[in-house]
Design a protein around this ligand. Structure first.
Ligand SMILES: Cc1cc2nc3c(=O)[nH]c(=O)nc-3n(C[C@H](O)[C@H](O)[C@H](O)COP(=O)(O)OP(=O)(O)OC[C@H]3O[C@@H](n4cnc5c(N)ncnc54)[C@H](O)[C@@H]3O)c2cc1C
Length: 498
């Protein structure tokens, strides 16, 4: 409905990235009127190119875009190859438990985000979402009780208003809209790094069948990502400590070349490559302060998904997973409330608890990753030794998941968190050592380690919903007295288990 410059929708979504388009699609599929306001004109550049299987085979299956992604020609990512930890040789982590048992869903893609995000946004349009590009949201409209809509500027520069039952902030890390849910944004001291990145043509590829893997290589000043985006195009980024910001100031071209020189495997892979100097990949870019979480994820009438709510370090490619997974959780909450199935408070409490838990799982997993690197002489790596640190980082982790009563997260103080972390991260490091020694390249020891099992668990659950639908087994609540997902994955419902 429209009166003057004010229109009404059921849901207005700010931002058309993976979080926004996924949420909008899942809500529009239930017959609701959904509008996405996106400030850029797509296709637009974004970092975050290495995906996880649960995004492709779980959430993207639920939004009905899997086949289109399969036909887009994105390189197949079977896992990650890492020069990381005690062993000087690279080792490979595969999404399948062993090469013999690789299934149709044990892979993800490496994507050019301009293409991937456009596919998702066009799919939202195809599923009934109205999408308006070059429309920048300025603020939310609220009264004392709840958020009631947004104000935005249209492509002609006119100020306009949307009134909606829900405002979804999926505007990523750069917008300030998230402040309107209240709370504060807490930046991680531990993951406080900077990334300097660019694109190369004709870099080397890992040997088959791992040529589509992300290659992550630790070196004295930090670590590199090396992501194949096509047969010839590679995304290359160096992550360094914030205290070493000086290393990437001044001439960035020279800075990247110097860092590459410090890392033998990346130097070798780029020996015959040239840096792309034109188009969307033509410039070097820097990102900093990118690991944070907000203390509040929703308030009546408004919810945060994706980077608007939280993000943690790119080492295990969890950003798009967390954005699309949180979009699925928030869509369930909105769908359930709009259908009158569940009250707003329990629906969004379930959303926030599950989202925080998944973020916490990755946070802990990534700390284990950093804890594993052994290079006594490097300041970057010794500063990243969690188990040797004071407990500040573990304290923030406890705060992060505080209030969650899941048995996995029954942490009541930093001491017990430290003990638990020490055991789990050494179990993880041992599993990696076994992996390096195992000629069959079986993933069993890795998948048995607690941090890996946890990190893969919820993604596997989402994939099960997407693949089996009505045939999926009823799940148990994640939290005592909590809600469970309906078998089609689109709603919350009260558990039939007592
Ligand atoms: C260095 C680095 C490397 C990374 N590598 C990976 C990786 O390998 N794999 C991975 O999965 N993730 C990675 N990430 C994370 C990934 O970039 C993000 O987690 C992901 O893009 C989040 O998706 P989103 O939908 O929440 O936000 P975005 O993708 O940022 O989308 C937000 C959208 O909102 C729009 N917008 C912003 N403000 C407004 C406004 N006021 N009005 C209207 N629209 C607005 C923006 O234009 C944008 O299109 C990396 C991040 C960093 C910093």
């Amino acid at each position: 409905m429209s009166t003057g410059n004010r229109e009404e929708f059921d849901v207005v979504v700010v931002g058309g990235g993976p979080g926004g388009s996924t949420l909008a699609t899942l809500v529009a599929m239930q017959g609701h009127r959904v509008l996405i306001l996106e400030k850029e004109s797509f296709p637009r550049y974004q970092i975050g190119e290495s995906l996880l299987p649960s995004t492709i085979h779980g959430v993207c299956r639920l939004t009905g875009v899997t086949d289109e992604l399969a036909n887009a020609g994105f390189p197949l990512k079977r896992g990650g190859t890492l020069r990381w930890g005690a062993n000087p040789d690279p080792w490979t982590f595969a999404f399948s438990v062993s090469q013999k048992t690789a299934s149709a869903t044990s892979f993800a893609y490496q994507v050019e985000r301009s293409k991937f995000d456009s596919i998702l946004l066009n799919n939202a349009r195809a599923k009934g979402v109205e999408v308006r590009e070059r429309c920048a949201v300025g603020d939310v409209i609220e009264d004392g009780e709840r958020v009631r809509g947004v104000t935005y500027t249209d492509p002609e520069g006119n100020g306009r208003e949307i009134v909606a039952k829900y405002v979804v902030d999926a505007s990523g890390n750069s917008s300030r809209l998230y402040k309107r849910v209240g709370g504060t944004r807490e930046y991680s001291e531990f993951f406080r790094s900077l990334a300097l990145f660019g694109y190369f043509e004709n870099g080397k590829r890992l040997p088959a069948p791992n040529s589509g893997n992300i290659l992550s290589a630790a070196f004295k000043s930090g670590w590199f990502w090396y992501i194949p985006l096509s047969d010839t195009l590679t995304s290359v980024g160096a992550v360094v400590r914030r205290e070493d910001a000086g290393k990437i100031q001044g001439d960035q071209e020279q800075a990247l070349a110097t860092l590459i020189d410090e890392c033998p495997i990346i130097k070798d892979y780029l020996a015959d490559a040239t840096r792309v100097s034109e188009g969307q990949y033509g410039q070097l870019r820097v990102r900093k302060d990118y690991s944070y979480h907000n203390t509040v994820f929703w308030k009546p009438g408004m919810v945060l998904v994706g980077d608007a709510a939280c993000f943690v370090d790119p080492v295990f490619s969890s950003g798009v997973h967390l954005a699309t997974y949180s979009a699925l959780l928030a869509a369930r909450s909105i769908n359930s409330v709009l259908a009158g199935l569940v009250e707003e408070k329990p629906a969004f409490t379930e959303f926030e608890a599950r989202y925080r838990r998944e973020y916490g799982v990755f946070y802990e997993f990534l700390m284990s990753f950093y804890d594993m690197h052994v290079d006594e002489s490097s300041y970057f790596w010794s500063a990243k030794k969690v188990t040797r640190n004071t407990h500040t980082e573990l304290e923030s982790f406890v705060e992060l998941v505080a209030g969650l009563s899941s048995t996995e997260f029954a942490l009541d103080d930093a001491e017990s968190a430290a003990l638990r972390f020490k055991t789990r991260s050494s179990e993880f490091a041992d599993a990696v050592d076994d992996l390096v020694e195992d000629e069959e390249n079986s993933m069993v020891p890795l998948f048995k380690s607690s941090v890996v099992r946890q990190a893969m668990q919820e993604g596997a659950q989402v994939q099960t919903h997407a693949l089996l639908g009505e045939d999926a087994e009823a799940e148990a609540p994640m939290f005592p007295g909590g809600l469970v997902a309906s078998t089609d994955g689109m709603f919350w419902q009260v558990s039939t288990e007592s």
